[in-house]
Design a protein around this ligand. Structure first.
Ligand SMILES: *Cc1c(COP(=O)(O)O)cnc(C)c1O
Length: 229
């Protein structure tokens, strides 16, 4: 039930020492739980549902950095466009275009991460390598979105080797995109090298593995807030 303050303190300290950003995933949890971590200094929070995010944002301090980590529908972008700090789950050009449009309306640039499908489950959202390449080719026209990096979720499995391989794969894509003059995949990017900063991978069950494999942003829910119903 209660926020796990001890876990928060030790995890936060460990992540700070490794320069990994902690996004506290507060979906389904009350604003009072978020306030507890806020009062301890936490500022990055992640939510999955637009309506829930909008409600919580209204009730909580204005300096919280809200991460949208769920699957975002295009017709909902405008509801979070004024304040969202980072959208993690962008998995189509059409969504990117809509985010760009709503960001322009609000005179801002919205930072986003492209979501890669790295898990075995068909159900998980995300781009494959070819779709990633297509989107990257088309970026220059979009002046109000800033692609900051990649996000991915590993398979739901007990097999650590599988999870590790999936994280390694995502890291390899991230590294290739980060390099200005790589051949083939990036031929179109050589004039637009992207300053990528963020590799969002790792959740409560696999964040240590993710960090070993190069993650610099983890999304932790149940470890901090307890299990969800
Ligand atoms: C719910 C969720 C998390 C947090 O999951 P935990 O296992 O509770 O840490 C992280 N990322 C995404 C995309 C989520 O939907």
């Amino acid at each position: 039930m209660a926020v796990n303050i001890k876990a928060y303190q030790s995890i936060k300290k460990e992540l700070d020492s490794k320069k990994v950003v902690l996004v506290a995933v507060s979906k389904t949890k009350p604003v009072s739980d978020i306030q507890v971590l806020y009062d301890m200094g936490q500022r990055d929070f992640g939510e999955n549902y637009v309506q829930e995010l909008v409600e919580k944002q209204k009730q909580l301090p204005g300096d919280i950095r809200w991460h949208f980590i769920g699957h975002l529908q295009r017709n909902k972008v405008k509801e979070i466009a004024t304040f969202v700090h980072l959208i993690h789950g962008v998995d189509s050009r059409r969504l990117l275009v809509e985010i760009n449009k709503q960001a322009a309306r609000n005179n801002r640039t919205i930072p986003v991460l492209l979501q890669l499908h790295i898990a075995r489950e068909e159900t998980k959202f995300g781009l494959d390598e070819n779709e990633l390449e297509e989107i990257m080719k088309d970026l220059p026209g979009l002046n109000n979105v800033a692609v900051k990096g990649l996000m991915g979720m590993a398979s739901l499995t007990e097999d650590r080797q599988i999870i590790r391989k999936e994280f390694q794969y995502l890291k390899s894509l991230y590294d290739r995109l980060s390099l200005p003059a790589e051949p083939v995949l990036h031929s179109s990017l050589t004039t637009h090298p992207l300053p990528l900063t963020t590799l969002s991978m790792g959740m409560s069950n696999d964040y240590l593995l993710a960090i070993e494999e190069g993650s610099n942003m983890v999304r932790l829910g149940s470890l901090l807030f307890g299990a969800r119903n």
